[in-house]
Design a protein around this ligand. Structure first.
Ligand SMILES: [Fe+2]
Ligand SMILES: [Fe+2]
Length: 183
C-alpha cells in the first residue's frame, strides 16, 4: 500500500480517491446512525422520548439516502463493513437505551460530537470542484449539531458515568470512521 502525501489548499481540485473515501465513510456513518436510532427506538419507542428519537431517525434517513445516491451515481464502492455497522449500530443504540433515556441521549451527544468534528475536517479538504458535496456535508453537520443539542436538552449529562460513556463511544466512532474510509 502506498501513502500519498497531499498538500491540499482551499480551492484546489480534490483528488478523486479522497472524494471516494469521503463518500464511502459518510455513507457508512449515516447507515450506522440510522441503526443507532433504530436500536434506541426498539427500547424507548413507546416512551416519552419516542417522538424526538423518531425525528432524529428521520433526518438520519435523509442523510443516508443522500449518500446512498452518491454511492450509486459516482460509482463509489461502499464499505465492506456495512453488515458490521448494521449490528454494532443497533446494539449501541439498544444497549444505551436499556441503560436509560439519559444514557441514550449521552450516546447521541457522543456520536454527534464525533461526526461534527469529522464533517468539519472533511469540508476543509474539499475543493471548489466539490462545492455541492461540501454544502451537503455542511447542511448535515448542522443537523448533527441539532441532534447533539437535543441530547443535551434531554438530560444526557445527568446519566451516571457520562464522561466515561461518552469518551468510550467517541473513541469507537473515530475507530469506525478510520476503518470505513479504507475497508
Ligand atoms: Fe446523520
Ligand atoms: Fe445525527
Amino acid at each position: 500500500m502506498s501513502l500519498t502525501v497531499t498538500h491540499q489548499l482551499p480551492g484546489d481540485p480534490t483528488a478523486r480517491d479522497a472524494v471516494e473515501r469521503i463518500i464511502r465513510v459518510d455513507h457508512a456513518g449515516e447507515y450506522g446512525a440510522k441503526r443507532i436510532y433504530q436500536g434506541q427506538l426498539a427500547v424507548l419507542g413507546r416512551g416519552a422520548k419516542g417522538p424526538v428519537l423518531r425525528h432524529m431517525q428521520a433526518q438520519e434517513q435523509v442523510h443516508l439516502d443522500t449518500f446512498s445516491d452518491l454511492i450509486a451515481r459516482r460509482r463509489v464502492r461502499p464499505t465492506a463493513l456495512l453488515p458490521l455497522w448494521h449490528v454494532a449500530g443497533f446494539a449501541l443504540g439498544a444497549i444505551t437505551a436499556a441503560l436509560g433515556e439519559r444514557a441514550a441521549m449521552a450516546c447521541t451527544v457522543a456520536v454527534e460530537e464525533a461526526i461534527d468534528e469529522h464533517y468539519a475536517a472533511q469540508t476543509a479538504t474539499l475543493g471548489e470542484d466539490e462545492a455541492p458535496l461540501r454544502a451537503t456535508i455542511e447542511t448535515f453537520r448542522q443537523e448533527e449539531l441539532e441532534h447533539r443539542d437535543i441530547g443535551l436538552e434531554h438530560g444526557a449529562e445527568q446519566t451516571p458515568g457520562y464522561a466515561l460513556l461518552t469518551r468510550a463511544i467517541k473513541a469507537g466512532c473515530k475507530l469506525a470512521i478510520k476503518v470505513s474510509e479504507r475497508i
